[in-house]
Each structure stands twice: as structure tokens, then as C-alpha cells.
Design a protein around this ligand. Structure first.
Ligand SMILES: [Zn+2]
Length: 372
């Protein structure tokens, strides 16, 4: 499983937190069900946006990038995201990117133009399938106008840089420059997983052009189709109808949110909305979650005390059926949380016995899967 990680130009905000908690819960659920989950997340540390941000901050590029990379990993730990096996920095895969780009040129899927290299979209017949767009629709959404491109839907694999913009730059057969964003992820995933793997995630705003481009690059490079078996995209966290983002200036940093509300409240809050829906951030909703999650945790600990025995986590019993069904049907966390709340409340006055044992085992499993 691969999920698009952050561009390390700033601290994570609550929108990132929401996305990453979802994939953490997905990986926890799959692990609980017996799958071995090899979960890799990339870190975009080579990108024009990062170079510009380091310049604005008047910091050395690598010092700047290291600072935000470390902060990101710290935030993920604090958020209880424990399932990512490896974080892979794009800067560690430049040789793989150069190899893939050269091979795409050789195979006729890419072309060199004034020191830049572009992917030739007309050479790949499935372009637009993931985002359900035909070529005429794609032509209406050029991603970046440039006279160097044969077609405006083509995207950059490599960009040459003038000497004064070369911090950082790498040598390539086409001159000194930097890779395009999309090829970074293909270099990481094909190197680690081979030509095909199961799950690729990220926010739905990445479907076009980022994920569409990843598919075109990987399948043209390896010749194996499909590159990814399941695409899973999350909705956005919005504030007053706008996406929470640096460019909108409406950020709440994740570290501040964690300090203010605590990790359990934030995870509960994120899980209360289905992952494919957008969430409109409202502080009152988060405060409501604080009460709910506290109540559940105290009921759960009372259930554990009354059971007296060491039990194994389990979601296969009859008692757990609603919780299990909710999660295994497109990870419906809001329904799973509701069933857990009902069950915990109903169990308060039950006598110890088989029923309470089963509830206890479900509670243990739920803590493991939801990361509470
Ligand atoms: Zn990505």
C-alpha cells in the first residue's frame, strides 16, 4: 500500500491529519484481518514549492527540508499513525527517476524539448481513465502551459534549471535540473513493490493530474497493467467552504490541534465522517467528540475490569457484527463508531458472562483498529 505523503515545506495541518488517520485505520483493519500490510509513504522533499519556501525562509535548502521532514514524522507518531513501515524521501530515488525517464524516452513515451523531458500523453491510450475524462475534456484543463510541450496535456518528467536556480539540482543526460513531481512516486513504488501493487491512496484532489500521470508513467515503463489494483481517495477538510491549505491561509497545525484536543478526540473526530466525504471544520464538533470518546473509553475500561480474564481482541462474534460490517463495507467508520457507542452503553448493566466477554473482545479489537 502506498499513500502520497506531504510536501515538506511546512508543518502538517488538520487536513493532513484526517487523511493519514484514515489510511492508518485501513492498514490496521487489514492487519487485524490477517493481511500483511507493507505500507510506504513518500515524502516530497524535491519540489519547486519547497525550494521557494526555503528561499523565502532564507534557510539552506537541506536544513529546511530536514527540519520539516523530522517534524512530519514526529506529528505522525503523536497522531498515533503506527502502520507506515517506511517513509521514503524523493531525494533518495533520483537515480531510479533518471532510469525510468530514459527508458520512457527509449520506448517512445517521452520526448526531450530544450532540456526538459515531457511524457507524451498521446502515446498512452488509457490516460484519463481514473479521473473519467476523455481527451477533449483533458484539453480544456491544461496543467501548465508551455511552448516546449507538443500537447498542453503532456506533463514534465524532468525540468532543466539555470545555474542560478540550481539549489538543489542533479546531473542528467538532458542537463542539470530537477525531476517532475509525478515521477518521484513512480520511482519509489516501482522500486519497492515492483510493477504492480494493491492499494494507492491520497486526497481526491490528487486524482488528476497526479495519479493519472503516475499510472501512465508506470504502465508505460513496466508494461504491466493495472499498476494499482485499488485506488482509494479521501475527501477534504474544509473551513468555510474552502480546503484547509497553506495557500488559503486557513491552517490549523496538527501539532496545535493535538495539544488542544488530544489524540483520541482528534482521531474520533476524523473517523466520524466517512472518508470519501468532505468535512467542514467546526470547533464545536471537535468538542462534542471529546465527550463521546471520553465516555467510551471509561465504559470500555469498566468492561475490562469486570471481565477479569485476559482476552484476545476479536471482531468475529455475533455481538461485533454491526461494527465488523460497517468497517468491511467501504470502511464506514461513522457507523462503526455509532455501533460501538451503543454496545458500550448497553453493556454497562449486563452481568459478567459470555455476552460481556464478547463485548470486551470487541472493545479490545476496536482499540487496536481505530487506534484509540
Ligand atoms: Zn503522490
Amino acid at each position: 500500500m502506498f499513500v502520497c505523503g506531504p510536501t515538506v515545506q511546512d508543518y502538517l495541518h488538520l487536513g493532513h491529519g484526517r487523511t493519514y488517520v484514515f489510511y492508518d485505520v485501513l492498514a490496521r483493519l487489514l492487519t487485524h484481518m490477517g493481511y500483511k500490510v507493507n505500507f510506504i509513504m513518500n515524502i516530497t522533499d524535491v519540489d519547486d514549492k519547497v525550494v521557494e519556501a526555503a528561499g523565502r525562509a532564507n534557510r539552506d535548502f537541506w536544513v529546511f527540508v530536514d527540519h520539516y521532514t523530522r517534524a512530519f514524522i514526529q506529528d505522525m507518531k503523536a497522531l498515533g499513525v503506527t502502520t507506515v513501515r517506511r517513509y521514503e524521501r524523493a531525494s533518495g530515488y533520483i537515480q531510479e527517476m533518471l532510469f525510468q525517464i530514459s527508458s520512457l524516452i527509449e520506448k517512445g513515451h517521452a520526448y526531450v524539448s530544450e532540456g526538459d523531458v515531457y511524457f507524451d500523453v498521446s502515446s498512452y491510450p488509457y490516460y484519463g481513465q481514473l479521473s473519467k475524462q476523455g481527451m477533449s475534456e483533458l484539453m480544456l484543463r491544461p496543467i501548465e502551459m508551455s511552448s516546449k510541450k507538443r500537447s498542453q496535456v503532456d506533463f514534465a518528467l524532468w525540468r532543466s534549471m539555470p545555474p542560478e536556480g540550481c539549489d538543489p539540482c542533479w546531473d542528467s543526460p538532458w542537463g542539470k535540473g530537477r525531476p517532475g513531481w509525478h515521477i518521484e512516486d513512480t520511482a519509489i513504488t516501482v522500486s519497492n513493490f515492483g510493477p504492480q501493487y494493491d492499494i494507492h491512496g491520497g486526497g481526491y484532489e490528487l486524482v488528476y493530474p497526479h495519479h493519472e500521470a503516475e499510472i501512465a508513467q508506470a504502465e508505460s515503463f513496466t508494461g504491466v497493467r493495472p499498476f494499482v489494483r485499488y485506488w482509494v481517495h479521501t475527501g477534504m477538510l474544509t473551513v468555510g467552504g474552502k480546503k484547509m491549505s497553506k495557500s488559503e491561509g486557513n491552517l490549523i497545525y496538527l501539532k496545535d490541534g493535538l495539544r488542544k484536543y488530544g489524540v483520541n478526540t482528534l482521531r474520533w473526530y476524523f473517523m466520524k465522517t466517512h472518508y470519501r466525504s468532505d468535512v467542514s471544520f467546526d470547533e464545536k464538533d471537535v468538542e462534542l467528540c471529546a465527550g463521546e470518546v471520553e465516555d467510551l473509553i471509561s465504559r470500555a475500561s469498566k468492561i475490562r475490569e469486570r471481565v477479569h480474564r485476559r482476552l484476545k481482541p476479536d471482531i468475529t462474534s455475533e455481538v461485533a457484527s454491526r461494527f465488523r460490517e460497517a468497517l468491511t463495507r467501504d470502511l464506514d467508520t461513522p457507523r462503526a463508531l455509532a455501533s460501538l457507542k451503543r454496545l458500550a452503553a448497553d453493556s454497562s448493566n449486563r452481568k459478567p458472562g459470555l455476552y460481556l466477554n464478547q463485548v470486551c473482545r470487541l472493545v479490545l479489537a476496536a482499540e487496536e483498529i481505530l487506534g484509540l
